[in-house]
Ligand binder design. Structure first.
Ligand SMILES: NC(=O)c1ccc[n+]([C@@H]2O[C@H](COP(=O)([O-])OP(=O)(O)OC[C@H]3O[C@@H](n4cnc5c(N)ncnc54)[C@H](OP(=O)(O)O)[C@@H]3O)[C@@H](O)[C@H]2O)c1
Length: 321
């Protein structure tokens, strides 16, 4: 009798893979589980860029390797078939004589793109694919966008008052509370780069680093087309963290350049003019709006994201006091 489905084990792969967030980019987050007679006998995940792939970690974790010959390997992304920073995982799986492999999502990387699956099948391995595919695609949305659209995955984020303002002209007003600040620092730690507009860089003088959470410091990005940024801004202190300052208004050019620099994801933190430009260019994937109980009465209007195609964009609001 079967107690657990492919979906159960694939869910565990995703759970394991999540541990690699912010450490593996520009690689995808991948987890793997090895099951024998309905028992998990090995598991692993891709821990850091350049490190072992998840399948290798999972296979290496199996104590009784004689069981591999009658096991199923689960992995949320197609095993690689090429020599990259590590040898092909498909070759290792074949060498271990694992008879069945269950995959979540195909790898659109042109170096893989179905070749990993073909290699396994040609070696006589049964391959099942498409398990929890939509979940797996959303899970690795940064990697998939980077590969298929050749640009970073773009998240727009702002905090707005109950009456729909993000701030007041020329003033640095904190709209969100301490808890949302911790959440924001977590979000920053998960993305490769963080960006603000020129006016926000000047008025708020943000550090744009991760202080209230642990994790990687993102690359800081801003624009200065008219040489408006004072030399003593926090952003210009690059002793702890890198900053790129662009001198063009052209967001497509900026985003292309970030792609060329290997930046897989970007969180844009305002202000309204910059956010509205990304919205107007339809150059975004996700919006995270923090709504606070504060009432400002007047000020800088928050961007509006009504009439958005929900199939193309993910967005949500979080309420804070
Ligand atoms: N509540 C929140 O979540 C939040 C977040 C951030 C900021 N804020 C507040 O928002 C205020 C600043 O917002 P803002 O809307 O006035 O300014 P902003 O979006 O921060 O900066 C706008 C300026 O950026 C430059 N820029 C360069 N490329 C651009 C592009 N493609 N699109 C738009 N602008 C571009 C332009 O300056 P040049 O003409 O010099 O090139 C433009 O005037 C501050 O008071 C800050 O406190 C609130």
């Amino acid at each position: 009798m079967t107690y657990f489905s492919h979906e159960h084990y694939m869910q565990r792969c995703l759970q394991l893979a999540k541990n690699g967030i912010s450490q593996v980019a520009p690689n995808p987050m991948v987890g793997s589980v090895i099951v024998c007679d309905e028992r998990i006998i090995g598991e692993g995940f891709h821990k850091r860029y350049g490190g072992h792939h998840a399948e290798v970690e999972a296979i290496n974790s199996v104590k009784d390797t004689s069981l591999l010959k009658k096991s199923t390997l689960y992995v949320n992304l197609e095993p690689c078939s090429h020599f990259g920073k590590t040898p092909p995982c498909a070759d290792l799986i074949i060498a271990t004589q694992i008879p069945k492999v269950v995959i979540g999502t195909r790898d659109p990387n042109p170096k893989v793109a179905g070749r990993g699956i073909r290699k396994l099948q040609e070696a006589g391995i049964e391959v099942v694919e498409g398990i929890l595919e939509p979940e797996g695609q959303f899970f690795n949305r940064r990697f998939l966008t980077f590969i298929t659209q050749q640009r970073p995955y773009i998240i727009l984020k702002w905090a707005q008052s109950t009456d729909g303002y993000i701030g007041k002209q020329g003033k640095n007003i904190r709209i969100s509370d301490e808890f949302s600040r911790i959440l924001l620092h977590k979000w920053r730690s998960e993305e490769a780069a963080v960006m603000v507009g020129t006016t926000t860089a000047i008025i708020d003088n943000p550090q744009l680093n991760v202080r209230h959470y642990y994790g990687r410091q993102p690359l800081r990005v801003t624009v200065d087309t008219h040489g408006r940024l004072p030399k003593d801004l926090n952003l210009l202190d690059t002793s702890q963290q890198d900053t790129h300052i662009y001198t063009t208004h052209d967001l497509h050019a900026i985003v292309s350049n970030l792609y060329e620099r290997g930046i897989q994801s970007l969180i844009v933190e305002g202000g309204a003019q910059l956010l509205n430009s990304f919205l107007a260019e339809n150059l975004w994937d996700e919006a995270r709006i923090i709504k606070s109980a504060m009432i400002l009465g007047d000020g800088i209007k928050a961007p509006s994201i009504e009439d958005i195609d929900g199939e193309k964009h993910a967005w949500g609001t979080i309420l804070f006091h």
